[in-house]
Design a protein around this ligand. Structure first.
Ligand SMILES: C[S@@+](CC[C@H](N)C(=O)[O-])C[C@H]1O[C@@H](n2cnc3c(N)ncnc32)[C@H](O)[C@@H]1O
Length: 354
């Protein structure tokens, strides 16, 4: 059993622990956290969950087109840096680098940023040809980056940040905590979170609630600060603030491809995730000077930006098994019950276009 469970039991003897702290411990404990362990949790077999990248290259290919459009909008600068925080195994960077060609490929430098040791090992292999050709490099999370022209993009970064569930009980707010007897709702002052939630609703009903990610403003500030000019793009699980409140958004645990609400069990051995409040993410980016902010369902974003007619025609010449894989990849990204509606893509712009 992961030593985090003993650590948790010892801490519980001192009193209840807010769910966000349990999530932080489970994911980011420097030695035993799920994202700090030396073996990776990704992919299909024997693993806990998959992301859009396990399904094929289409997300990367569509993203490559958005990056190239940003490069054009910037006036085709000779260097276009694309930073990916939370880059995991580097597969999205690899798919983007594989998809680009011509002068844009010469300008593009991909920067992988993620201190997850297992992921970094996998990224080293996935990005090898591009690392050797100086078309990709690694940055640590603490590394201060010189502001660059290009893009910041991420896939499932923000849903992996520790987040605190809150509920409105009709008279006040309660937060979810872990006690020796299990999870409980405890009345508490929500501070800034309460003001934000109230401003997103026409009238709160008992049971309404959402999650509050304390680290979001700091991370947004760092990422927006490193982008001198260009595109900010985030693909993530989540919805608008109003919809999250109405559904009573919660923490989820992914283990062996099943999902449940047992966020306090198997700490360090299961993935924990929270919906992203896209309204708040967009508001924070606006405070950092980004403009043209919008967020769309993944399905709509793919259908808007991917040249599906052209791809469809190209796929016809592929062997049947390859053609089926591409078709399946497209369905996964666009069908509402798969990733199409559950994921959103936020885009914003920094600086002036040429
Ligand atoms: C859900 S995983 C997604 C990985 C990858 N993007 C994918 O789609 O497979 C989230 C990743 O974000 C990383 N992460 C969390 N906070 C981060 C931060 N502040 N900067 C960079 N990476 C971070 C974690 O280490 C973890 O590898």
């Amino acid at each position: 059993m992961n030593p985090l469970n003993d650590l948790l039991q010892a801490r519980l003897l001192q009193g209840p622990i807010p769910a966000a702290e349990v999530m932080a411990l489970g994911l980011y404990h420097p030695e035993h956290g799920y994202y700090r362990r030396s073996t990776g949790p990704w992919g299909f077999e024997g693993k806990d969950y998959y992301t859009a990248l396990d399904l094929g290259p289409l997300l990367g290919q569509t993203l490559a087109l958005r990056l190239e459009a940003a490069w054009e909008r910037l006036g085709r600068p000779p260097r276009f840096t694309a930073l990916e925080p939370g880059a995991g195994r580097g597969w999205l960077g690899r798919d983007v680098l594989n998809a680009v060609s011509g002068p844009f490929a010469e300008a593009l430098v991909y920067v992988h940023q993620d201190d997850n040791p297992a992921a970094k090992k996998a990224a080293q292999a996935a990005l090898m040809p591009f690392l050797t050709a100086n078309r990709a490099r690694f940055a640590t999370e603490a590394e201060p980056l010189e502001p660059f022209i290009g893009a910041v993009f991420s896939n499932e970064l923000f849903d992996a940040l520790p987040a605190q569930p809150w509920r409105w009980n009709g008279e006040g707010w309660a937060r979810e905590v872990l006690t020796v007897a299990g999870p409980q709702w405890q009345e508490a002052d929500p501070g800034e979170a309460g003001a934000w939630f109230a401003a997103q609703s026409d009238g709160l009903e008992p049971g309404d609630g959402s999650i509050w990610c304390e680290a979001l403003p700091g991370l947004v500030q760092d990422l927006a600060g490193s982008l001198e000019a260009g595109l900010f793009l985030a693909v993530d699980y989540g919805e608008s603030a109003a919809r999250l409140l109405a559904k009573g958004a919660d923490l989820r645990r992914f283990k062996a491809h099943s999902v449940d609400g047992k966020w306090h069990e198997d700490l360090g051995e299961a993935d924990l995730t929270a919906d992203v409040d896209f309204t708040r993410l967009a508001a924070l980016l606006e405070e950092e000077g980004l403009t043209d902010l919008s967020h769309l369902e993944l399905s709509k974003w793919v259908r808007t930006h991917a040249p599906l007619d052209q791809w469809g025609a190209q796929w016809l010449s592929l062997p049947t098994s390859e053609r089926m894989k591409r078709t399946e990849n497209l369905l996964q990204l666009t069908l509402p019950n798969m990733m199409g509606s559950r994921f959103r893509v936020l885009e914003g712009w920094k600086g002036k276009a040429v």
